[in-house]
Each structure stands twice: as C-alpha cells, then as structure tokens.
Design a protein around this ligand. Structure first.
Ligand SMILES: [Zn+2]
Length: 138
C-alpha cells in the first residue's frame, strides 16, 4: 500500500483545468454533481488536503467553517469506498469534498489523457486548448 500523501494546494487555474479535463473525460459526472459543487471544490483545493490514518481516506475541512471561530468540522472522504461523511454525500450526490480530492488526485492524469487524445487527433488542438485554458464555469 502506498503511503498516503498530502494533496498539495492547487492554483485557481490548475483547479479549473483539472475540473474541465475531468468533466470532458467523465461527462456523466455532472449528472451526480453540479457546477456549484465543482466551483466550491475548486476553492477547497486552494489549501492542501491531508490524509487520514485510514487507507484511501482524506480529511477535508467544512468550507462553511473556514474563517469562523466555530470548531472546525472535518469530513472524511474515503476514495476506496467512494464516500464522504457530509450530509450532501448522504443524499447520493458527489459532494464538493469528494470532488476536491478527485481534482487533486485525478486531475493530472486527466490532463495527460487529453494530451494523448490530442496527439492521436481524437480531439483538436483548439479543443485541448479550450479545456486547459477556458473559463470555468463556461
Ligand atoms: Zn462531502
């Protein structure tokens, strides 16, 4: 088992490029989440995300607690079981916490996949450029 690693903070541009790349490769993702959640996930990843002691698990702070004096609420994202302990996830959605972890862990791989698609002409260079540099939300 690989050691859990800290997911380093992403820039806003990186987070959006990863989000667009993931949505391009997994368009069905949007049926279980929303632009709003993706936007909020892009804010969460501006700070590092720390692994939990459990395999495949990360601790993601509740966004509403950021900057308040209230005790910090931490949600646990389990990438092996594809769950999060937040109320949104309990309703069956892919919550912003799971999306935040997905952006950090799968974003670079999604970009590499797009680069391969461009090289094999599955997508045009213009499409590639738009995915990487376009605005999000569109
Ligand atoms: Zn969640």
């Amino acid at each position: 088992m690989t050691r859990p690693r800290i997911l380093r903070a992403l820039s806003r541009e990186q987070a959006y490029a990863y989000a667009r790349a993931l949505l391009f490769i997994f368009p069905q993702l949007l049926s279980r989440t929303s632009d709003g959640r993706i936007e909020r996930a892009s804010r969460i990843v501006r700070s590092p995300i720390f692994p939990n002691h459990l395999p495949g698990c990360y601790e993601v702070p509740s966004e509403s607690m950021i900057g308040t004096d209230a005790r910090r609420v931490i949600y646990i994202v389990d990438t092996l079981h594809r769950t999060c302990t937040c109320p949104d996830s309990a309703k069956g959605y892919i919550c912003k916490h799971r999306l935040a972890v997905a952006l950090s862990t799968h974003g670079p791989e999604a970009i590499r996949k797009l680069q391969k698609m461009r090289l094999s002409h599955e997508i045009s260079s213009a499409d590639f450029q738009e995915i990487i540099e376009g605005r999000y939300p569109a």
